[in-house]
Design a protein around this ligand. Structure first.
Ligand SMILES: NC(=O)c1ccc[n+]([C@@H]2O[C@H](COP(=O)([O-])OP(=O)(O)OC[C@H]3O[C@@H](n4cnc5c(N)ncnc54)[C@H](O)[C@@H]3O)[C@@H](O)[C@H]2O)c1
Length: 316
């Protein structure tokens, strides 16, 4: 097993994608620190992993604070003798369009996703650097962070911010042999289950049937387990040179995202005055302006949900 003897922390791993990542890391031989805010799901996750022959321990504490980040690293070191892999997966949603979004809605999403990623990574990296163990950091972005999504100002800020931090960490951590990447998952979990667009896929999954190929292939939407292999791969020695990347995974689909890059560059001696822009910008912009939002293909008739379908607002 490729992760034999290694130790991983997976935040928010009581259920959903986090549990799938933790279970796969354990399957590949890693000891796992489970983390969640709910004692029952954390205990059940530990039982699932140990029941399958793995090693796991739970830390029930909300990520966001430095205190929780320290507790996670301390638990890994005290229980398993070290730390090799950090997966910052914990997340919450507070979806509202901007005029309805309160300061609290904004702050909690930023706190759990962005600050929780920052504090856990800072703590884990300090350990990796001090002990010269290399180290793997796997953070979680989202299609919303890559493209934008209606009703998700807070979540878009957090998820785009995470990918921005990863690019910076790839530079800062290179010398220490630590990699930092973001995965962009799409899967049926508590977070996406209620989106009507995915209803036929979620229902098939709940009946224990394979999801229709339209979801798995065309939309890249599958089960949490479908994404777990990518996490284990990025955590492995084989992925030692992969860093600073945003990699999408869902259903049958794998995607490597580009970083934002200039699609056209024009120069004007003396700079771009208002008048110069009025004159030339329409020509320069033609065909070069970025689109926003993820364009999802129309659902085939037989996969349409019975309830009202909002065509916008795809994967989270
Ligand atoms: N499901 C998808 O399609 C999808 C798409 C893109 C990104 N993501 C991201 O993947 C991650 C996991 O999502 P999921 O779909 O499995 O969601 P989920 O709601 O099923 O699981 C999230 C887990 O995080 C825990 N959690 C919440 N706040 C926490 C905190 N402060 N500290 C520790 N744990 C906390 C929850 O209790 C829950 O167990 C999230 O970061 C989410 O934004 C999911």
């Amino acid at each position: 097993m490729s992760l034999q003897g290694k130790t991983a922390i997976v935040t928010g791993s009581g259920q959903g994608l986090g549990l799938a990542y933790a279970a796969e890391l354990a399957r590949q031989g890693a000891n796992v620190v489970i983390n969640d805010v709910h004692q029952d799901v954390a205990d059940a996750a530990v039982a699932t992993i140990t029941g399958a022959g793995g090693s796991a321990v739970a830390v029930v504490a909300p990520v966001g604070s430095t205190e929780t980040a320290r507790q996670l690293v301390r638990t890994a070191v005290d229980t398993f003798g070290g730390l090799d892999i950090l997966v910052t997966n914990a997340g919450v949603l507070r979806d509202k369009s901007i005029l309805k979004m309160t300061d609290e809605d904004f702050d909690i999403v930023i706190d759990v996703h962005l600050r929780g990623t920052f504090t856990c990574v800072r703590e884990a990296y300090a350990y990796f650097k001090e002990h010269a163990v290399g180290g793997r950091i796997i953070t979680i972005g989202s299609p919303t962070g890559q493209y934008g999504n209606f009703g998700q100002t807070n979540y878009a800020a957090a998820k785009a911010g995470i990918v921005g931090m990863v690019r910076t960490w790839a530079l800062e951590m290179k010398k220490a042999g630590v990699t930092a990447n973001a995965i962009i998952p799409v899967a049926a979990t508590a977070m996406t289950k209620t989106v009507p667009y995915f209803a036929a896929a979620v229902e098939a999954d709940e009946r224990g049937e394979a999801m229709p190929s339209f979801f798995r292939h065309d939309l890249g939407f599958g089960t949490a387990d479908d994404v777990a292999g990518l996490v284990a791969y990025l955590a492995s020695d084989e992925a030692a040179t992969i860093t600073g990347q945003a990699i999408g995974s869902g259903g049958d689909r794998l995607q490597i995202f580009s970083h934002p890059t200039a699609v056209i560059t024009e120069y004007r001696e003396g700079g771009w005055t208002y008048d110069a822009l009025r004159e030339q910008f329409p020509t320069i912009a033609e065909g070069n302006l970025a689109t926003v939002g993820e364009t999802l293909p129309p659902l085939p008739q037989d996969l349409k949900p019975t309830q009202n379908l909002k065509q916008t607002g795809g994967a989270k």
